[in-house]
Design a protein around this ligand. Structure first.
Ligand SMILES: [Zn+2]
Length: 465
């Protein structure tokens, strides 16, 4: 920013509003906005809609006109004409989990040791309310805006972003957007995310049968436990094998007559980083492929070789990398016996320049004899580091923080995927630990303030250039 006078004014205004910002954030944190059941005019339950209503009420108090799009999402904006720029924030939260692990109540904003505590303070209610006041402050600094800035509050980011999918059927797409629901300095590349359900009917025609099998509940998590129950006339031999079997997983075995229950234990991790965990489902397939299962041996061994043996799709023949987003990853997230069918759900994160149809046909080829269904797909996101958007965001970030961390490429998916042209810009600073999605979620007041200043500057530039 050239005008040093503006810098000073921004600092003064952020300081002036800061107590009010915390009060407003407290009102929104108070509302438990975990997704609930659809009820009447509440598409994601009452909580998310109430958090939206409260936020729009605060915005009205600041002089904004507000729009609520059927309780899916709402917005406030400043300016008319010119280009349309969006800030996409969300007001829903993930469940608080075990209350006894919280040092203060998750739905009461608590400020101690220079930090704010409460569910959503960093993901993403803090950034949402911070953005609202950033828009307010920028509007006080710019009388005749050249462009429009719209702040959109979604209510379903944590469960598939159906809020924005619906919102953009009723409202126009922006020319460019940022979401404060990721990391600083910014995320310019996100891998494509595709899930497949791979299944096959097991034969029932052998003395040792798999009668139960279960691991994982979500494709994007590395399962940490797997249970299998075998019905067999060789219980003793199998128990002996399990007791002496060595792999990355640990195993337990219990014999009850002709039934053998085997458990494998690994380590959980996010599905975008499967090698950070130890996959208990893969460990179970490895063990089962050493047991005589008659006609099912081939099925189990194929599943192990193709899906369980590595984390990069090598077994499926789809491994590869590009220089921007690095290796393809493949996570075996769910493994179960569903009736007579064995089912595996895999979550693949592919480099941005890969083609998903080629991945699909290669998997069909590698899994011949199995049913392969593509269950969901989210395209990769890529905004060049040479784009005007990335250059502007980086310039403002570096000016405010004096930090020259390079833009990030990630395997996860952010809210920015819901618009044709946008990136995640904050709100977490490099090396900051906010315990998002965990007990004692927090965010430092210093970071919060710095975030608001960066967003005021961004909005100011968007409104004036
Ligand atoms: Zn979030």
């Amino acid at each position: 920013m050239q005008d040093k006078g503006i810098d000073v004014k921004i600092n003064e205004l952020v300081d002036k509003y800061f107590d009010e910002i915390l009060t407003s954030l407290g009102k929104v944190v108070k509302i438990n906005s975990v997704m609930g059941e659809t009820k009447g005019s509440y598409p994601f339950g009452e909580g998310p809609a109430k958090a939206l209503e409260e936020t729009l009420k605060i915005a009205e108090g600041l002089g904004f006109e507000t729009v609520n799009v059927d309780n899916y999402a709402g917005h406030v904006e400043y300016g008319n004409g010119g280009k349309l720029y969006d800030i996409l924030a969300h007001l829903d939260v993930v469940p608080e989990g075990d209350l006894s692990r919280w040092e203060s109540h998750p739905y009461e904003l608590s400020i101690r040791d220079g930090k704010m505590y409460g569910r959503g303070v960093s993901d993403d209610k803090g950034p949402a309310i911070g953005s609202l006041y950033a828009l307010k402050i920028a509007s006080e600094l710019v009388d005749n805006p050249k462009n429009r800035v719209r702040l959109v509050f979604g209510t379903n980011e944590e469960n598939g972003s159906l809020c924005l999918k619906y919102y953009f059927t009723k409202q126009p797409y922006p020319d460019a957007a940022v979401t404060p629901d990721g990391d600083f300095p910014l995320v310019f590349a996100e891998k494509g995310i595709v899930t497949y359900v791979i299944s096959k009917k097991l034969s029932n025609d052998y003395s040792t049968k798999i009668i139960e099998l279960k691991a994982g509940t979500a494709s994007n998590v590395v399962p940490e436990e797997c249970v299998a129950v075998l019905h067999t006339d060789k219980a003793k031999e199998i128990a002996y094998l399990v007791a002496n079997y060595k792999s990355a997983c640990k195993y337990e075995c219990a014999v009850d007559g002709d039934n053998v229950t085997i458990k494998s234990f690994g380590k959980s991790a996010h599905g975008a980083h499967p090698s950070a965990g130890i996959n208990a489902a893969a460990g179970m397939l490895e063990l089962l492929s050493r047991i005589d299962l008659g006609p099912n041996n081939c099925t189990i061994r194929t599943l192990y070789k193709r899906l369980g043996k590595d984390y990069n799709g090598i077994g499926l023949g789809i491994s590869g990398r590009d220089d921007v987003s690095r290796e393809l990853t493949c996570n075996l997230g769910i493994l179960k016996l569903d009736g007579e069918e064995i089912k595996a759900v895999i979550n693949i994160r592919h480099p941005i320049f890969f083609n998903v149809d080629m991945i699909t046909s290669q998997i069909e080829e590698a899994m011949k004899g199995f049913k392969v269904e593509r269950a969901s797909y989210s395209k990769p996101l890529y905004v060049s580091k040479d784009s005007d958007l990335v250059k502007l965001l980086l310039e403002i970030y570096r000016e405010e923080t004096k930090d020259d961390t390079e833009p990030l490429a990630i395997g996860g998916g952010t809210y920015a995927r819901n618009v044709p042209y946008g990136v995640a810009y904050g709100a977490t600073f490099p090396c900051e630990e906010t315990h998002m999605h965990e007990p004692n979620e927090n965010w430092s007041l210093e970071s919060f303030k710095k975030f608001i200043k960066i967003y005021v500057k961004l909005i100011y530039r968007w409104l004036t250039e």
